[in-house]
Design a protein around this ligand. Structure first.
Ligand code: 8YV
Length: 316
């Protein structure tokens, strides 16, 4: 009998889906209209869960799975998994640690360049036919902000923070960072987030959101200042979104580029009309290469747990 797996969010790579189907009996929870009835029918036989970083798994759902041995997160963030409850039950939790670092850092830099250089605004300008009808594009399109040499402040100097720093350094950007403590990296440590913001032209969020608190408050945004940009490729809940909107509206910061939001898949609609923001639908790890690597890690971690081996990427 193949082990039974409950899959909470889709996997988009066909080879990974095939591999999962060949090894396990896969129950696609996310496709079920009546989830309660589905759990009544299958919950008791589920031994593993596959979920996404943003989706995680609640205590209530784990409680419906009495034989659950492992939660395999197809992502690096475990903030949406009730880790305390999993620990109490002895449920192992794995994540695809290291698999998506490069892509997430790439998108952070992409977003920084997009918002500073107005790439999306320029794209909309050309597509709308305004270029041809506007002989001096300088009037409708303001000059942009140079990226090379910007002072970059990174919040969270873990794997992703380091990869962002390496890339920003290649643009000649002086780099400072904050974290719980100074790390062994050649960048300036600043214990105080508001001070980091004050000394930065761009603040890039690369922190875990395990504590669930919004680090980026109105005060931090004011410290970033009217020439400063906020980039978030970590978690939406790290930012007080109403405060961000208010700061943008008041011109207290210059712009923001966001891949993540507090209430995904909803993003604050007040942002949609603004030219000083760039918005992405949580796509930082969404490349074929990275999602394949992540899927392979998910498969391997389930196989290892069911074989009694310690899986790679074990978080708990
Ligand atoms: C993924 C993420 O998009 O790794 C994470 O924690 O949030 C994202 O990289 C997501 O987990 C895909 O399921």
């Amino acid at each position: 009998m193949k082990p039974e797996i409950l899959q909470l969010s889709p996997i988009l790579i066909p080879q990974i889906r095939e591999r999962l189907e060949s090894l396990f009996s896969v129950h696609r929870y996310y496709e079920q209209a009546d989830k309660e009835a589905y759990l009544d029918a299958h919950g008791a036989s589920i031994r593993g869960v596959i979920t996404g970083g943003h989706t995680g798994i609640s205590q209530a759902l784990m409680a419906r799975l009495p034989r659950l041995e492992v939660v395999a997160v197809n992502g690096v963030g475990t903030d949406a998994v009730d880790l305390a409850y999993a620990r109490d039950r002895g449920i192992q939790v794995t994540a695809t640690l290291g698999a998506l670092t490069e892509d997430v850092a790439d998108l952070a830099i992409g977003l920084l360049i997009s918002v500073c250089r107005g790439i999306c605004t320029g794209d909309r300008f050309v597509r709308a036919g305004h270029w041809a009808t506007s002989p001096t594009p300088l009037a409708p399109l303001p000059l942009a902000r140079q990226v090379s040499g910007m002072r970059v402040g990174i919040v969270g100097m873990g794997r992703v923070g380091r990869a962002v720093a390496q890339r920003a350094a290649a643009f000649g950007c002086p780099i400072a960072y904050t974290d719980l403590q100074a790390q062994d990296v050649p960048y300036t440590f600043e214990a105080d987030l508001a001070q980091l913001a004050r000394n930065s032209d761009a603040l890039i969020l690369a922190a875990a959101a395990d504590k669930g608190e919004a680090l980026i408050t109105r005060d931090v945004l004011k410290a970033l200042g009217s020439e400063g940009y906020l980039i978030n490729i970590a978690r939406g809940k790290l930012v007080d979104e109403p405060a961000l909107l208010a700061a943008l509206q008041a011109g207290e910061i210059a712009g923001a580029a966001l891949d993540v939001f507090a209430d995904e898949p909803r993003a604050p609609e007040a942002l949609f009309e603004r030219e000083d923001v760039v918005l992405q639908p949580h796509r930082a790890s969404a490349t074929v290469q990275t999602r394949t690597r992540m899927g392979e890690m998910v498969v391997a971690s389930l196989v290892d747990v069911f074989a009694g081996r310690t899986p790679q990427g074990l978080v708990l």
